[in-house]
Ligand binder design. Sequence first.
Ligand code: HEM
Length: 82
Amino acid sequence: MGGVTIQAGAPVVLYIGAANHDPQCKQHLSFGRGIHHCLGAALAKIEAEVALQYMPPFDVVSTKLRKSLLFRGQSELQVTIR
Ligand code: HEM
């Protein structure tokens, strides 16, 4: 995989966040894929859409990434309201 040989039986940890930043990966994997695709994906998207409707228009000034191997995200997000 990617030029690396993985021995049979070796433990492998997959990072969805890393896959989402792979330029060769055309689809995002935030809600997983296949038979275990997130059951709440549709609800989560509607919730995000509704939440954003109540936000005034804003510009992102700066962000700080949180330190986590498993979940990417911001620990800080500075915005200016237009
Ligand atoms: C932004 C919000 C959410 C994200 C990013 C997310 C992400 C994911 C991911 C990546 C998986 C696949 C895990 C795997 O392959 O092992 C998953 C599975 C699942 N999610 Fe979500 N999820 C979100 C919201 C929700 C909500 C709101 C619900 C329920 C109301 C939900 C219910 C589930 C369930 C039941 C599964 C297991 C599906 C299965 O194993 O067949 N999720 N989710």
